[in-house]
Design a binder for this molecule. Sequence first.
Ligand SMILES: O=C(O)CCC(=O)C(=O)O
Ligand SMILES: [Fe+2]
Length: 289
Amino acid sequence: MQNQTLDCIDRIVNLQDFPITQAGSRAWRLAVERIREQLSDQGCSVLRGFIHLSALRRLEAESVAVAPKAYFNIETVNAYNIALDSKLEDEHPAKLTFERGNAFVARDQIPTDSLVHQLYTSPVFQQFVAACFEVDVVHELADPLAGLCINVLQAGREHPWHFDTNEYTVSLLTKSPSAGGQFEFCPNIRTPEQENLNNVKAVLGNRADDRIQRLSLRCGDLQLFRGRHSLHRVNHVTGQDERHSAIFAYTGKPGVIGSVERTRQLFGRVLPEHYAAQTRAVRSDALLD
Ligand SMILES: O=C(O)CCC(=O)C(=O)O
Ligand SMILES: [Fe+2]
């Protein structure tokens, strides 16, 4: 077991602006209400300065310390992260491919006493996130690798257009790049019922700039995002500095574990839990991926 001396959430989070420890209070309800509106309009809400100013240096240092453990495997992917030889017509947007240049540090490589790990597993944080996404509870992924990751983008790399598999994504910028590495997204470009392939294809083919929104995030900014319905990417990091973000994956149903194939692609290794889960996959909709 790693060092388990945990910090109080009030030394991690800027509670003045985001009173997550006071569930049900007026201030808490107002904050949740504002975020819900943004999520419903845009599929995205940015909580600027979420991390307490005094914790920012530690946040970045912990990220920099684990970044060398990231699994680098530049692969050719499509926006749905499905097999490139899937039996689909030639015009299908999944036939457009990109180079995925980001690398993930897996949950089991991130110390349990680090700020991001404490936040990801914090009951008050989870309660706040659930309220923002308008659900009773959110569950940590049961996946020992993919639940919490540090996404590392080195100079010259991009994390290309894609949809997420999980319904609720919460991310925290832990190291900002000096240039480039902007988060771009197309709010609610598909729904659980409609893939809207023509619109997706137009974005992938650089023919729909008007659909794209861009965010400039700073270290300590928290982002709540519905990535299963909003096509998104992180564009090329152009400066010398790496970009790091902590990805907190939550789901509505408990027991969700990544597939063996996808786990090997993302982390370069597979654990017994992934093989065991293969026969009892939990899915939440009938979309392509
Ligand atoms: O690094 C980010 O800000 C976004 C990453 C992302 O979209 C993902 O990991 O699915
Ligand atoms: Fe994503």
